[in-house]
Write a protein that binds this ligand. Structure first.
Ligand code: GRF
Length: 220
């Protein structure tokens, strides 16, 4: 059994996806979160990291050159021998030097079916507002590799969630978030298992049924 891949989670908000990743860890698991980095002092995610006994750091981004942010970030990641980065509600662009150093080793989760309803400014309730305004009957959650632009990298895993007539933003957001909490740890296992074996991970099974999860397409 190979040791868990040391991972960092970047989060700006409350960190429920971080919590799902932490809760999924086991001593012989595929990954271990060694540090949580936020751009916001006081972010809920930092409290969750501390409660779990992990390193919790704030790295300021606003008003600083990206190169300086990258240098500070890479020094911290290198000091902890981090080999994978999971973005979980991180609202800043990752500096290109960090993307280059961790090419195809950075994942993000997005609360819609990319490439639809993604890109700059598409975060939080704006995503669900756009989905509801479009009249589509299907939304979902997507895990993808991170590139220099928002929401552009190769998709790794995607699970669908039904949009019901009469749905409002809170209802749809909650239904998708509960799917995210299952999808992200499963994809994290999938990629880390492959990386530990020196393989390219390839895509993660499309539907929950294929991956053995009990949830169905409606996210219930
Ligand atoms: C999630 O909906 C995720 O898809 C998006 O940001 C949100 C973070 O939520 N990128 P939380 O902080 O993990 O609860």
């Amino acid at each position: 059994m190979t040791p868990p891949v040391p991972a960092a989670v970047f989060a700006s908000g409350s960190g429920t996806n971080l919590q799902a990743l932490l809760d999924h860890e086991t001593p012989n698991g595929r990954y271990r979160i060694v540090v949580v980095i936020s751009d916001r002092e006081g972010a809920g995610a930092l409290g969750r990291a501390e409660a779990a006994g992990r390193v919790a750091r704030t790295i300021e981004v606003g008003g600083r050159p990206p190169e300086e942010v990258a240098t500070e970030t890479l020094a911290l990641l290198e000091s902890l021998e981090v080999r994978a980065i999971f973005l979980a509600g991180y609202l800043q662009l990752i500096p290109s030097a960090v993307v280059s150093a961790f090419r195809r080793r950075i994942l993000n989760i997005h609360p819609a079916l990319l490439p639809a309803f993604g890109g700059k400014g598409m975060f939080g309730k704006r995503v669900h507002e756009a989905v509801l305004a479009s009249g589509t009957e299907l939304s979902g959650a997507t895990v993808h590799y991170v590139e220099e632009e928002y929401d552009t990298g190769t998709l790794v895993g995607q699970w669908s969630v039904r949009v019901f007539p009469g749905d409002d933003v809170p209802a749809l957001a909650a239904r998708i978030l509960s799917v995210e909490h299952r999808l992200y740890p499963a994809v994290a296992d999938h990629v880390c298992e492959a990386w530990a074996a020196g393989r390219d991970p390839g895509p993660f099974p499309l539907s929950p049924a294929e991956s053995g999860s009990e949830i169905n397409i409606e996210g219930r």
